[in-house]
Design a protein around this ligand. Structure first.
Ligand SMILES: Cc1cc2nc3c(=O)[nH]c(=O)nc-3n(C[C@H](O)[C@H](O)[C@H](O)COP(=O)(O)OP(=O)(O)OC[C@H]3O[C@@H](n4cnc5c(N)ncnc54)[C@H](O)[C@@H]3O)c2cc1C
Ligand code: FES
Length: 275
């Protein structure tokens, strides 16, 4: 069993959980993820590792409640335990001295981007952070990012805090000499970041999070089109060259189970465990 050591509310529907998971913590690196299951009949959900404490034998994940299983996780308390936590999965992020690195984290993914930003800063990079969210109430990890990054910029879709939208990135990357862009967040945001950096030929890696099942390269659920090839996000990623990703295909595939997901959430809210 994997005990929840701490649970911290980051935003109304976003929590940061620290799980006791000694073997995972011993190996986990920025950019990797875990797959958890909350009970025997439960769905397996992937979450990106947002921090590791090797001494304490813990890993942290930030989770946004968007459907049945993430809401169920949000209902757990400190001291509760879950039966399955598999990982670390995926390849570690590329961490080396690139020069000036722009780290963009959208929504809940500002927490795992912080884990990468910290490692990139420790590797000797000048790190510029961008944290974005739908509204100011959904901004997370601002304090952590402002401590870790050399500079931090904030953006919201509705302009309730910081820049309105992501258009300011164009100015930012034109003014600064950026050697690499690293982005995690919603697919539409990743696409916007990649479209912005493409004309300037700034190397840009994005973490792709398509629907996953086994997380180990066997089921094919997470296939993504990159540079005309079919790759599996769980074993070939999560980091991919943002200028080569077929974002339209990815966006279409993410809608495959929308109806089933809505039904599962309604049933869970009505007190049913499974459908
Ligand atoms: C490798 C990987 C890492 C991830 N890391 C995190 C993380 O650190 N924190 C976090 O909160 N979430 C993360 N996610 C997304 C998370 O796994 C899903 O939100 C979760 O599986 C949804 O389960 P659910 O039963 O609550 O909702 P569902 O009923 O499965 O989905 C509810 C809604 O969320 C949308 N949705 C589900 N999965 C995704 C996705 N991958 N991308 C975009 N929209 C999605 C659905 O289209 C639907 O509209 C990650 C996903 C992957 C593949
Ligand atoms: S999740 Fe099954 S192949 Fe990637």
């Amino acid at each position: 069993m994997y005990k929840i050591e701490t649970k911290r509310k980051l935003a109304p529907t976003i929590n940061l959980f620290t799980f006791s998971a000694e073997e995972v913590a011993a190996k986990a690196k920025p950019g990797q993820f875990v797959i958890i299951r909350l009970d025997e009949d439960g769905e397996r959900i992937p979450l990106t590792i947002a921090n590791v404490d090797k001494e304490q034998g813990t890993i942290s994940v930030a989770c946004h409640e968007v459907g049945k299983t993430t809401a169920q996780l949000g209902s757990l308390k400190e001291g509760d335990a879950i039966p399955n936590l598999l990982g670390p999965l995926g390849k570690p992020a590329a961490i080396e001295k690139f020069g000036t690195v722009l780290c963009v984290g959208g929504g809940v993914m500002a927490a795992p981007i912080h884990f990468k930003a910290k490692a990139l800063r420790e590797a000797g990079n000048y790190v510029i952070g961008v944290v974005g969210a739908a509204t100011k109430d959904h901004l997370v990890f601002l304090e952590e990012m402002s401590k870790t990054c050399n500079e931090l910029y904030i953006a919201t879709d509705d302009g309730s805090e910081g820049y309105k939208g992501i258009d300011f990135l164009k100015d930012l990357i034109t003014k600064k000499k950026i050697d690499r862009v690293v982005a995690e967040g919603p697919v539409l945001m990743l696409k916007a970041v990649a479209d912005t950096t493409h004309p300037l030929k700034i190397p840009t890696v994005v973490d792709l999070i398509p629907t996953m099942i086994d997380g180990m390269g066997m089921c094919g659920a997470c296939r993504v089109g990159v540079g005309g090839k079919m790759l599996f996000a769980c074993v070939d990623g999560l980091e991919f060259d943002g200028h080569q990703v077929d974002f339209d295909e990815l966006l279409a595939r993410l809608k495959t189970y929308t109806l089933q997901e809505k039904v599962a959430k309604v049933f869970w809210e009505e007190g049913e465990k499974t459908i």
